[in-house]
Design a protein around this ligand. Structure first.
Ligand code: UD1
Ligand code: UDP
Length: 391
């Protein structure tokens, strides 16, 4: 730290995954108020899915742009954030603005800070697929944010190398692990150490429409999530048909799908399963779960079928194999470690890969617990250590 004055650090986030991944960093800064004045700005790109994370970690935002509109497009989100952030940054000039990952919130907030000549730190920097349309728009968002940032908190050596290849100076990059593992450790230990919490979560999940007691006799459960924009339309129709195929092929397995709130995700589900009797009894569509119950569900799952980024990072810590419904991933570490498999949105491939995990014990066991390549729960400490030395 160069001066004795407290440094103002503004943390900006707006969607569920950013909130989960920034929450431990907010808490870490809030425990250092002798040196820092943390300011939390949420864009509200997500509303309900954001607010549940704020409640869980007891974070009260200083600013809330509240921009979410049903069916918003990328231009809506970006333009509202730019306008809102301009006013906040002219009122309150932080010494550093921290954004996370690859959402429209991150890129628009980073751009607004650049316009105000405020330095930007990028948490979860350097992930790349090499294809600007997959994931879309996230691959471009993360590249743009990377150009705007002067501090890059890379989760792994691979992400650091991606930045070096783009001529980001080495001194501006630090490998920290991913803050999602910090969040997962906090939440997971709450569940593991407090039986009352675990019992309450069983009841919460039952109220959402799935009874975990169904698994007590050795029945297995496949947990499913999906939301990627590039899978909208045919991709999601294929996913829904694959779910139905699996449910009919394996009546002794449960398939549970907490549905993202995006209407583009829900429409194909309604189309494929709308008719009376067209939903097999072992398929459960439920509302999106709050983070604590979702971690509880992941712990009970046998396999996870998803297009999510964050779940690919969390699953190795829980020893759960993940089938990723995408054609490419920016998380090659998990692919190399063998904890994830890419299955795209091809109906037959989803069914055959899932079947292999369900039928072949040796294949399944080979994917169990590994050291998580995304970190050990100390990412926030490393980020703050770098900021201490460089701000
Ligand atoms: C966004 C991010 C994506 C991230 C994902 C995590 C962009 C472009 N997309 O995608 O990178 O992986 O979040 O989930 O930044 N909705 C609600 N309530 C909520 C959240 C969403 O009703 O709490 C509905 C609204 O109708 C909203 C729609 O979902 O318009 C889409 O939300 P949006 O943030 O634009 O896109 P996501 O698909 O959630
Ligand atoms: N998650 C959750 N409830 C759900 C589905 C996911 O809390 O019903 C968590 C999950 O554990 C991970 C994060 O949300 O930490 C991932 O969010 P999402 O898949 O929406 O976004 P992505 O990671 O793909 O950007």
């Amino acid at each position: 730290m160069k001066t004795e004055q407290k440094k103002k650090v503004m943390l900006v986030f707006g969607t569920r995954p950013e909130a989960i991944k920034m929450a431990p960093l907010v808490k870490a800064f809030q425990s250092l108020t002798d040196r820092y004045e943390p300011i939390v700005t949420v864009t509200g790109q997500h509303r309900q899915m954001l607010d549940q994370v704020l409640d869980l970690f007891n974070i009260k935002p200083d600013y809330d742009l509240n921009i979410m509109k049903a069916g918003q497009d990328l231009t809506d989100v970006t333009s509202r954030i730019l306008l809102g952030m301009r006013d906040i940054l002219s009122d309150n000039r932080p010494d550093l603005l921290l954004v996370h990952g690859d959402t429209s919130t991150s890129t628009a907030a980073a751009l607004s800070a650049f316009y105000a000549q405020i330095p930007v730190g990028h948490v979860e920097a350097g992930l790349r697929t090499g294809d600007i349309y997959s994931p879309w728009p996230e691959e471009m968002n993360r590249r743009l944010t990377g150009r705007l940032a002067t501090m890059h908190f890379a989760p792994t050596d691979t992400s650091r190398n991606n930045l070096l290849k783009e001529n980001v100076p080495d001194k501006n990059i630090v490998v920290t692990g991913n803050t999602v593992i910090d969040a997962l450790h906090i939440v997971s230990s709450k569940i593991d150490t407090d039986k009352d919490i675990a019992d309450k979560l069983d009841k919460d999940i039952l109220n959402m429409g799935y009874d975990l007691k169904r698994l007590s006799g050795g029945r297995r459960m496949v947990l499913i999530t999906g939301h990627r924009r590039e899978n909208f339309g045919d991709g999601f129709m294929n996913i829904c048909h694959a779910i139905k195929d699996l449910a009919l092929k394996y009546p002794n397995i449960d398939l549970v799908y907490p549905m993202h709130l995006n209407p583009n995700v829900r429409r194909p589900i309604a189309e494929v399963f709308e008719h009376e009797g067209s939903r097999p009894d072992n398929v459960f569509f439920i509302e999106p779960l709050d983070y604590l119950p979702f971690v509880h569900m992941m712990k009970h799952a046998y396999i996870i079928l998803t297009d999510s980024g964050g779940i690919q990072e969390e699953a190795p810590s829980l020893g759960k194999p993940v089938l990723v419904m995408r054609s490419v991933t920016e998380r090659p570490e998990a692919l190399e470690a063998g904890t994830i498999r890419l299955v795209g949105t091809n109906r037959d491939k989803i069914v055959s890969e899932c079947s292999r995990f369900l039928d072949d014990q040796a294949y399944y066991q080979a994917n169990k617990l590994i050291a998580n390549p995304y970190g050990d729960g100390t990412a926030c400490l490393k980020i703050i250590d770098y900021i201490d030395k460089n701000l």
